[in-house]
Design a protein around this ligand. Structure first.
Ligand code: NAP
Length: 527
């Protein structure tokens, strides 16, 4: 499929009339053809109007139709074949194997949500039948189901050009919930976005859905992204990116006449806690594995382990020695964009020059202009406590080890951390008693607590939480990965004394959709 550089507005492909952007080959810095026309405010209006028109129709289509739509998107993405992979590798600088794996994850997510939609539990059906004889007052008939919020805007992520972009997790969960999606392409991968967008647009046509179910816009500045968040017809936002970008959109959404939720995934340093027995028994092995996790994908993961807390001493030195040895052999890797590379270099240099920080190791020197060189730093607990700038995320393969005098100090520093996506505990059995004391603080601060592993590698499943308190995300009550992500785009509605003839099928007494439901508070399984 040829990349035309056009906007996808409903079933149309239209040239954007507000400036243009070009993709950039991440490895060489060369611009890639074609140019993509940025959407104008009129074109934004068209996309929003179509999404609004589609909304009430799309949400009431049979669940099986919605599920088939998600499966058709998955197949259409696969049908794009190698040109999608080639373009994505060029735009992102990520290795081919990683991008192929990410395509598998993207397709897998869409299929998982298709299964979730068919099963129908997300509708959360509850029925409290009327009790006309109840004394002193009769009870009304109350029935509840979850309905979709309405059109959703999705900002694609630079670091997951497939799995968290145009047809990624946010889009899949919003479409699964019954919400039309207007995707705002990330400027780092417009060609990848265009190809995937065409696959979704084709799926809309293949399945005979209202054309406004999906649109894709390019933005040559900030007007379209901000215009989408401000538009009265948009009812929620999915975003992955910088803290600055995410908080700007949160403010915009909160200032609307009708404020809307922004599910922004932003900034996390993902503390790694090394407990004494594990450190003593296997410090070097943990160090080697840590270096692998730190450098994975040039460190450009939201779950990258950017902070290590451990008790100072010879055991920690052995961990550092193994980490430093592994890192010093780690090749520099191409970063996603020149901007992200520049931000990484600047943050690493600033940390290296910090009076309270020691540079412990660097990865192999960069061979290309946008390659990031891994970095390992250390500081003391007192310096970490006194310098909040050391708590900030460095997006890339950089991590800070904090030498603590004891476990009480480790716990105290955990209490000072901002909200996190993950925390990793390295423990042996003899550490369990100490580790248990950390759990309440970690539960307050993180979305996922993992043992003897690292947060990189996020399983897409039903029990996954990829979320956490601010600033890791805008709203720690939800997840952006896994089937529970659908809940972000739903809200409950009760129907009181509604005649059977008017009730949605999901709430009819005879249960024509065969849904599991809660009848008078008791779970009733359909099979
Ligand atoms: P970004 O600059 O926040 O951009 C993300 C998306 O939001 C892009 O589509 C961008 O548009 C748009 N955007 C950003 N600020 C906006 C604003 N004020 N108004 C309207 N739209 C706005 O993030 P990025 O380019 O992906 O990466 C930059 C930094 O984000 C990284 O260095 C890293 O610190 C962080 N990051 C974090 C994660 C994570 O998972 N935690 C992931 C990726 C990046 P354009 O495409 O037009 O710029």
């Amino acid at each position: 499929m040829e990349i035309s550089g056009d906007l996808l507005i409903g079933k149309q492909t239209l040239r954007g009339t507000n400036g243009s952007i070009k993709g950039i080959n991440a490895a060489t810095g060369e611009p890639l053809e074609p140019a993509f026309g940025g959407a104008s405010l009129d074109q934004l209006e068209q996309a929003c109007a179509l999404a609004w028109q589609a909304s009430d129709i799309y949400r009431e289509l049979p669940l099986d139709t919605r599920a088939k739509f998600l499966e058709t998107i998955a197949q259409n993405i696969l049908d794009l074949g190698d040109p999608l992979i080639d373009r994505c590798v060029a735009e992102s600088g990520l290795p081919r194997g990683r991008i192929e794996g990410e395509r598998g994850r993207t397709v897998g997510q869409l299929r998982m949500f298709a299964a979730v939609v068919r099963e129908g539990d997300f509708l959360g059906v509850r029925i409290d039948p009327a009790q006309p004889q109840r004394q002193p007052l009769p009870r009304v008939d109350l029935r509840l189901r979850y309905v979709p919020l309405g059109p959703v805007t999705v900002f694609g992520a630079s670091n997951f050009p497939l799995a968290f972009s145009v047809a990624g997790g946010d889009t899949a969960s919003a479409l699964a919930a019954g919400c039309p999606v207007i995707a705002k392409a990330h400027s780092a991968h417009p060609g990848t976005s265009a190809l995937v967008g065409r696959a979704v647009q084709k799926a809309v046509a293949d399945c005979g859905l209202p054309e406004g179910t999906f649109s894709l816009l390019f933005d040559s500045g900030r007007d379209i992204g901000q215009g989408l968040v401000s538009d009265r017809r948009i009812k929620a936002v999915g975003f992955t990116g910088s803290r600055g970008g995410g908080t700007a959109l949160m403010k915009l959404a909160a200032a609307r006449r009708e404020p809307i939720p922004v599910y922004a995934e932003m900034s996390s340093i993902n503390p790694v806690l090394l407990f004494p027995h594990a450190l003593k028994n296997r410090g070097a092995a943990i160090g080697k594995a840590f270096a692998g996790s730190l450098a994975l994908g040039a460190g450009q993961f939201c779950t990258n382990p950017g902070l290590v807390l451990a008790i100072d001493g010879p055991e920690l030195d052995a961990f550092i020695e193994a980490t430093a040895a592994a890192l010093s052999e780690t090749p520099a890797a191409t970063m996603l964009t020149p901007g992200i590379h520049k931000a990484y270099e600047s943050a690493v240099n600033k940390t290296a020059e910090h009076g309270e920080v020691k540079t412990l190791a660097r990865g192999c020197a960069a061979k290309g202009a946008t390659q990031g060189q891994a970095a390992l730093f250390s500081t003391t607990a007192a310096a970490f406590r006194a310098n909040p700038e050391l708590h900030e995320e460095i997006f890339g393969a950089a991590s800070l080890i904090v030498r603590c005098p004891d476990l009480a100090t480790m716990l105290e520093l955990v209490e000072q951390l901002e909200g996190q996506l993950t925390a990793a505990l390295h423990i042996d059995e003899a550490d369990y008693v100490d580790a248990r004391r950390f759990l309440p603080a970690l539960e307050r601060r993180t979305g996922r607590i993992l043992v003897n592993g690292f947060g990189t590698g996020v399983e897409v499943g039903h029990a996954m939480v990829h979320g956490g308190p601010f600033p890791s995300t805008a709203d720690g009550r939800s997840t952006s990965v896994g089937s529970l992500a659908i809940d972000r785009f739903l809200r409950p509605v009760s129907y009181q004394d509604m005649p059977e003839g008017l009730l949605p099928d999901a709430l009819k007494t005879a249960n024509p959709l065969g849904l599991n439901r809660r009848l008078d508070g008791k779970l009733q399984l359909s099979k």
